[in-house]
Design a protein around this ligand. Sequence first.
Ligand SMILES: CC(C)(COP(=O)(O)OP(=O)(O)OC[C@H]1O[C@@H](n2cnc3c(N)ncnc32)[C@H](O)[C@@H]1OP(=O)(O)O)[C@@H](O)C(=O)NCCC(=O)NCCS
Length: 154
Amino acid sequence: MPIRLMNSADIPAVLRIQGELAFQDWNERQYEIEIKAPYTYAVVYENDGDIIGYAVFHLLGADSELLSIAVRNSAQHSGIGGKLLQAGLSQLDLEKTDCCFLEVRETNLKARRFYEKHGFTLFGIRKKYYADGENAALYRTEKRSDIDPSRKGV
Ligand SMILES: CC(C)(COP(=O)(O)OP(=O)(O)OC[C@H]1O[C@@H](n2cnc3c(N)ncnc32)[C@H](O)[C@@H]1OP(=O)(O)O)[C@@H](O)C(=O)NCCC(=O)NCCS
């Protein structure tokens, strides 16, 4: 399985992916803090020693969230993002999280299609959420307790 937990040695490669995609998440120090936090589930997709994608989740019970996901340009649209997302959602299930939230730039239609394909539903728009004034589209998964009533109260 090419998906494994992110560690400190992966951070430079993760930052290179961010740079390649002109995609701003965290800096090196923020990643160092993130991957040590007990509530973080961060994974990378490694192929022949190269990190080609990553995803970071916060497992916080009812407020669990997908913070970031990215795949190198050259490897996009070949299912890797989907595998990273599913790895996180499976972990959320193990942690008995009831649902997962995320926000994404309203104009990022590629990512929005990707999330919708993987079971996320749009539930709102947060106006001017980003520093440059762009709106955020807010998504969530279905509540697991609605799908499986035996999970009520998790
Ligand atoms: C969003 C992202 C992680 C998806 O990863 P991926 O490995 O390309 O996704 P997968 O191959 O598993 O899934 C494919 C689905 O994603 C969407 N998608 C991916 N690449 C696409 C493209 N070039 N054009 C249109 N849709 C695309 C489609 O819904 C596609 O489904 P389809 O195959 O039925 O058309 C990736 O596009 C990415 O890194 N984007 C830049 C960073 C980003 O925007 N992250 C999210 C911000 S919150």
